[in-house]
Design a protein around this ligand. Structure first.
Ligand code: PGA
Length: 252
């Protein structure tokens, strides 16, 4: 089953206008410099979306946001709707990142609601799942991830409009990573859960990314695993050289 590799940058709450435009411009040049076999995605903060979109004009790099509300519009101070993201040039949105689950108390139900609304507006979602260190130590990794998939992925999700990102919470921004075997085991288990929820055909086509301290030196190890279909990259996506080296080292 051919799944196109997705190399995604999650810029988190980083970058002022000049930084974002410079980073996007560097990525544009690097992506254009050779024939690419993977899909690229960058997810800047809301404030940079339109200028990054402009900077990426003429190159195949998708634009995504890092969250959205589940309503189309209305009295939700501080929130941004899926339609507004489409209007700003986004084709993707990251949902249920562990930092949002932890900082904003986002539940599986809420993530699912957001994902439904995002899909309805025409956005593709990157739905994040992953266990804490405590859960891992208690041997609950697969159980936790399975429940997150069951609860956060909408019934109507397809391989076309949904990407899953497995990000062990303890590996995010820490430089620590699971073993390649651990990652493959979780991804294979997640694919099984997806098959149960959405059917085998969708599950086999759906991309499952790995995220958590991905860097140029470990990219090949993770991205060559059979059930790993790309990476969601935080820290290393803020330097174009590292972000592009991850794609290069993964052979795409
Ligand atoms: P990291 O972040 O690459 O800095 O570990 C990944 C993420 O949180 O998406």
């Amino acid at each position: 089953m051919a799944r196109k590799m997705l190399i995604a940058g999650n810029w988190k709450m980083n970058g002022l206008m000049a930084d974002g435009v410079a980073l996007a411009t560097e990525i544009k040049t690097a992506v254009k410099s050779k024939k690419r076999t993977c899909e690229f995605l960058v997810c800047p903060p809301f404030t940079l979306l339109t200028s990054v979109k402009k900077a990426l004009r003429g190159v195949k790099v998708a634009l995504g946001a890092q969250d959205c509300h589940f309503n189309e519009k209305g009295a939700h101070t501080g929130d941004v709707s899926p339609l507004m993201l489409v209007d700003a040039g986004c084709s993707y949105v990251i949902l249920g990142h562990s930092e949002r689950r932890a900082d904003h108390g986002e539940s599986n139900e809420l993530v699912c609601q957001k994902a439904e609304a995002a899909n309805k507006a025409g956005l593709k979602t990157v739905i994040c799942i992953g266990e804490t260190l405590e859960q891992r130590d208690a041997g609950k990794t697969i159980d936790v991830c399975s429940k997150q998939v069951m609860g956060s992925v909408p019934e109507g999700a397809t391989a076309q409009n949904t990407v899953i990102a497995y990000e062990p919470v303890w590996a995010i921004g820490t430089g620590k990573t699971p073993t390649a075997q651990d990652v493959e085991d979780v991804h294979a288990a997640v694919r099984k859960v997806l098959a149960k929820k959405l059917g085998k055909a969708q599950a086999n086509k759906m991309r499952i990314l790995y995220g958590g301290s991905v860097k140029p030196s470990n990219a090949k190890e993770f991205l060559s695993l059979p059930d790993v279909d790309g990476a969601l990259i935080g820290g290393a996506s803020l330097k174009s050289v590292d972000f592009m080296a991850i794609a290069d080292n993964a052979g795409c």
